[in-house]
Design a protein. Sequence first.
Length: 188
Amino acid sequence: MLLDLLVIGLALAAILLIVVYTAITGISPLPTGPAARALVIDSLPPVEQGTIVEAGSGWGGLAFRVARARPRATVIGYELSPLPWLISQLRRLLQPASNLHLYRRDLLRGRFQEVNVVVCYLHADAIADLEPKLRRELPEGALVISNTFRIPGWRPQHVRQARTRFDTPIYVYRMPDAYRPAAVDELL
Ligand SMILES: C[S@@+](CC[C@H](N)C(=O)[O-])C[C@H]1O[C@@H](n2cnc3c(N)ncnc32)[C@H](O)[C@@H]1O
């Protein structure tokens, strides 16, 4: 009986924690589905080294796959919600990944200088908040791969569509062309 109450209490606390942080960040820790995940991995540049940041790494499902797909790159995940972050840390026991670093941190306080690729699955407002930071800090040639949401005012290098019920778009942006005004001949 006491054990039952303890389990129910812990489950309710976990749900509450997720709900509170969903309200704080404006988005639930919904993981990228398999089809979109495969397309994100396929959109990574072929370079083996460098730094890849996942902005809002959730439960770690995508971050671990990115780390496995690019074992010589340093993969950094920033996640604010404590429970998904904790679970992503515990996953290390099952899926060791020495090139993956998961920080419990607001992504707006993360470092994007010298980052080669940013992967994100956020919502429109969070992307709008992140945009000036990406523009300020990302080096020339860096890629931003955004699941589902466009970056307002930016032009994607290409858009791919994952075969899901909603034909999930994956936007791929290259710095700094993504936010430069279109060349005059493109406008004509
Ligand atoms: C839709 S989930 C995507 C999770 C994971 N990236 C994936 O694709 O499977 C978005 C995640 O971003 C996190 N997030 C949103 N705003 C954040 C912020 N300012 N700092 C850190 N994490 C944030 C949320 O907590 C949530 O876990």
